[in-house]
Structures are given as structure tokens and as C-alpha cells.
Design a binder for this molecule. Structure first.
Ligand SMILES: *Cc1c(COP(=O)(O)O)cnc(C)c1O
Length: 297
């Protein structure tokens, strides 16, 4: 029988997020291992939900959120609810029958950790009851800054300890909240790429969270249009290559585009590049199965 993933570790150990050196296609990179922060509550979701983790939530009995049925945020919030000893309600669009019959991936892990799931076609119709704390989709809100600031502090400190005067920080973006709060608090330029939506969407997201455009990350341009969550041969190919060459874990939703772009723009990024591994490994099984069904993996 498969081991159940249950939340045991009550700590978020940001000190687990070490910096390693890797080489990919003959270029050297620093890799910041945010995936090691916590086995369930990992990566940038641990950063983004850190302020809730710290807060006293005893006036609430339930955390409520919504979004996709394989989202990393969905699973991390299940972990947060469990750590906080509150219930967890999650709204998502009608769930495919095969997934309900045999839950897999982040959906399975969130259910195992007590998520109650509700199907809804329009998220605007979610009603928040008394005692419920609503945490919006993807964690793109001001509360996310506190934990991301700690990441910025760690990077600033790393650069200082290693006497790095030049450093380019890179991470792939969804809502863009990690990237924008990182740039606001980091002494070095932050580069990113939109994995969800396009450049216009991402700039709008930055502006909603941080007014001053001088504090916005730099967006590296993508030549081709990729739809989030869709399968692309070049994604699985670079994912296999970077995973094999570095022997480090990367996720299959964000990191393929991340590495395609970092490799393409390595000259722009300069000698010292820090790639932030934002977690998401728990979603790889379902993504990999989809690639296998296409005979691409
Ligand atoms: C959520 C997530 C991102 C995107 O973070 P945003 O703050 O929404 O831009 C990137 N990588 C992984 C692995 C994620 O889970």
C-alpha cells in the first residue's frame, strides 16, 4: 500500500532552503531549494501562506479557498488547515468522473489531509459563512509579502556571504505575487516569465500588489504562446534533460518554461544566476502520466 501523506511536521524550516550549485548545458547556476522547506507545504506556497501560518486563527473553524483541482495552493492550504487544526473547504469547478473515482496527485493528497471539496461553476457564488476564513485563489494578496520577504533576505545574505556583486534571480510566475514581492525586497534584479496568462496579465498582477513599477520584476519575452497546464514536447524534453543533468527535482508545470527561457537568455542574465526551485513536485505524477499517455514521456 502506498504511504499516506499526512502532515506531521509542525515547523516550516526555511533554513532547509539551501543554495546548491548546478550545471545545465555547460552553464553554472545557483539553485535555491525552496522545495525542501516542508514535505507537504513546500516551495513558494510555504512562503506565501507564511503569514497565516504564524497568525492565531483560533477565531476561525474553517479555511475556505477555491481554484483548480490539481493546484499546488490547494494542497498547501490543506496542510495549513491541518497544522492549524481547522477544517478546510475547497471549491472547484465540476470534477471529472475519473478523478472523483480515483483521486490522484495533489487532489488525492489534499483529500487525505482532510479537504472537503465542493463543486461550483462560478467562484463568484461562493458564500463565506461565519467562522470561515476565505483565502483567495493562488495566494495573490498582500499577506503573501511577509514570507516572500524572508526569501529575499536569505538571497541578499547569500550574495553578501559569497561576495557576489552581480546576481540575477529567476523564478517562473503564475499569479506573479512571489516575483513581485521578491523584487520589492531583494537587492538584485528578479527576472521571470509568465506561465499563466501573458505578459499583459502579469504586469497587471504586479501593479495590483506593488504600485511602484520600478519595483516590478523584469519579464523575459516568450516567442511562442503556451497555455497553462497544456502538454508540449519541448516542455517534457527540457524537463527530462534538466532533471537528468542536474539530478535535482523540478516541477512539470512551471519549470519547463522556466528552464527554456533561462537557457535562452543566459547571456542577458550574466554570470551569477540564482534559479528558485518553487516546489510543486507533488503535482508531477499526474503531469507525467498525461505525458506518458501521449507517448511523449
Ligand atoms: C505557485 C507556483 C508558482 C507561481 O507562483 P506565483 O506566486 O503564483 O507566481 C511557481 N512555481 C511553482 C512550483 C508553484 O507551485
Amino acid at each position: 500500500m502506498k504511504n499516506k501523506r499526512t502532515i506531521k511536521d509542525m515547523e516550516l524550516n526555511f533554513s532547509n532552503s539551501i543554495v546548491e550549485q548546478i550545471e545545465f548545458r555547460s552553464n553554472k547556476y545557483f539553485l535555491k531549494r525552496d522545495d525542501l522547506i516542508h514535505s507537504e507545504f513546500s516551495g513558494n506556497k510555504a512562503r506565501k501562506f507564511y503569514s497565516y501560518f504564524q497568525q492565531d486563527l483560533s477565531s476561525f473553524d474553517t479555511i475556505v479557498s477555491y481554484g483548480g483541482n490539481q493546484s499546488n495552493a490547494m494542497y498547501s492550504l490543506a496542510a495549513l488547515a491541518k497544522l492549524k487544526g481547522v477544517k478546510y473547504k475547497y471549491y472547484t469547478r465540476p470534477i471529472p468522473k475519473f478523478l472523483l473515482k480515483k483521486p490522484i496527485g495533489n487532489f488525492e493528497f489534499a483529500l487525505e489531509n482532510g479537504m472537503q471539496v465542493f463543486e461550483i461553476s462560478d467562484f463568484n457564488n461562493i458564500k463565506v459563512l461565519e467562522g470561515e476564513l476565505l483565502i483567495k485563489q493562488g495566494g495573490a494578496e498582500l499577506y503573501a509579502e511577509a514570507g516572500v520577504k524572508l526569501l529575499a533576505d536569505e538571497i541578499n545574505e547569500f550574495a553578501q556571504e559569497n561576495s557576489l556583486e552581480q546576481l540575477s534571480v529567476f523564478l517562473p510566475s503564475g499569479t506573479g505575487s512571489t516575483a513581485v514581492f521578491l523584487q520589492k525586497n531583494c537587492n538584485f534584479p528578479v527576472y521571470t516569465v509568465p506561465c499563466v496568462g501573458d505578459e499583459v496579465y502579469l504586469r497587471k498582477q504586479f501593479s495590483e500588489l506593488v504600485d511602484d513599477e520600478k519595483l516590478h520584476p523584469r519579464i523575459l519575452p516568450i516567442k511562442k504562446k503556451y497555455a497553462f497546464g497544456k502538454l508540449y514536447k519541448e516542455f517534457i524534453n527540457i524537463w527530462k534533460e534538466v532533471t537528468n543533468e542536474t539530478q535535482k527535482p523540478f516541477d512539470l508545470l512551471y519549470d519547463p518554461l522556466g528552464w527554456l527561457i533561462v537557457d535562452e537568455f543566459c547571456n542577458v542574465l550574466g554570470d551569477n544566476v540564482l534559479y528558485i526551485q518553487c516546489g510543486g513536485i507533488s503535482g508531477n505524477e499526474t503531469m507525467f502520466n498525461r505525458y506518458r499517455r501521449k507517448n511523449w514521456a
